[in-house]
Write a protein that binds this ligand. Structure first.
Ligand SMILES: [Zn+2]
Length: 352
């Protein structure tokens, strides 16, 4: 059975169970893994474990019914401090860590965690969006990380070690959360009503890279319609890079102005393109065609129409993977799409 209804992270559960049994829980953790796989839920369940008044923490089995458990679940426990980047801000505001100008070091997470616990024997702080901690914010946290108040636990949550500042990374125990297995992600999607049947749940999970959150974004009919347009453009006898760039940009614009939504759309599009070239490479090597029937159809059409060689196809596939990486690094989206298509044009022309 899943621990605290958290699926797919049994290894991490065991890691904490062992540490608690030995009474050797570290004081600072950096939770790392793709977004939407349950890192935050895990942090809250851990807080429940550490603050529950009915069961010892080493049992890793909070009762769920005592006042402390209920308050942790409701987000109102006085010894649990949670900090999240407000919508629309590009980094975690300093005042959340050390108080506003009038209350420097008299408010905020670093101050709160230094106080004696009100109820339980511990003080716990969860910082979501540690990816968005800037140098100033990290500096403020350093003292807390270097001299953690007794029995305090600080949990930072982020998506990749590379996005964390070295000063933070070196002072926290790194806990890696793996993407969810496809079957687990598919079950979650079905159980939460994001897919109408098991087949759709499997299809979304397969594209979601182990993140149900990412898979939910995929449950958008507009996306699959655009995928057909994109694949037909890529499968055309000759590539019209400028036209493809325009249609990609228009599709990303439809996602609205919010950067994360635009980025995730573009990411999916780059993934579709990479998949197309991978499919063509497989077909070229007379391996099986992709299982996905739409993709298989366009790959076959393209193979029948053109005689592009393996070197060109691998270069195209690689260029699409580069585009994916650039998207993750927050490169300027319009420029990124233009350069990406420009390069594909050049590769088709044999110039690379
Ligand atoms: Zn309890």
């Amino acid at each position: 059975m899943a621990w605290q209804e958290i699926e797919g992270h049994d290894r991490v559960v065991e890691q904490f169970r062992r540490a608690l049994e030995r009474g050797r829980l570290a004081s600072s953790f950096l939770f790392i893994g793709p977004s939407g796989i349950g890192k935050r839920s895990f942090a809250v369940a851990l807080a429940r474990t550490l603050l529950c008044q009915a069961r010892p923490e080493a049992a890793m089995d909070p009762c769920g019914r005592c006042t402390a458990c209920a308050q942790v679940t409701a987000g109102t426990h006085p010894d649990l401090i949670q900090v999240v980047k407000p919508k629309g801000k590009s980094s975690l505001p300093l005042e959340l860590l050390i108080g506003d100008r009038d209350h420097r070091m008299r408010q905020g997470l670093c101050y709160d965690i230094s106080l004696k616990p009100f109820m339980g024997g511990r003080k716990i702080a969860i910082i979501d969006d540690a990816d968005h901690l800037n140098a100033e914010g990290a500096n403020c946290l350093l003292k807390t990380l270097e001299e953690p108040p007794p029995r305090s636990v600080l949990i930072l949550i982020g998506t990749s070690p590379a996005r964390q500042l070295p000063t933070i990374r070196s002072r926290c125990q790194l806990i890696r959360f793996q993407p969810l297995p496809e079957a687990v992600a598919a079950e979650l999607l079905l159980a939460r009503g994001h897919a109408s049947d098991a087949a759709e749940a499997r299809r979304l999970a397969a594209h979601g890279e182990g993140s149900p959150e990412r898979a939910i974004e995929l449950a958008d009919p507009a996306l699959w319609a655009f995928r057909e347009t994109l694949l037909s453009q890529l499968a055309a006898p000759s590539l019209d890079g400028l036209r493809v760039a325009r249609s990609i940009s228009a599709f990303v614009d439809e996602a609205g102005r919010e950067a994360p939504r635009r980025r995730s759309r573009l990411r999916l599009v780059a993934g579709f393109a990479a998949e197309f070239y991978r499919g063509r490479l497989l077909a070229h090597q007379e391996a099986e065609l992709p299982q996905d029937t739409t993709l298989a159809r366009f790959v076959k059409e393209a193979q029948d129409r053109s005689s592009v060689n393996v070197t060109i196809l691998s270069a195209c596939a690689e260029r699409c993977l580069d585009a994916l990486e650039q998207i993750d690094r927050n490169a300027n989206q319009a420029t990124l799409v233009e350069c990406w298509m420009d390069d594909l044009d050049r590769i088709y022309g044999g110039d690379f």
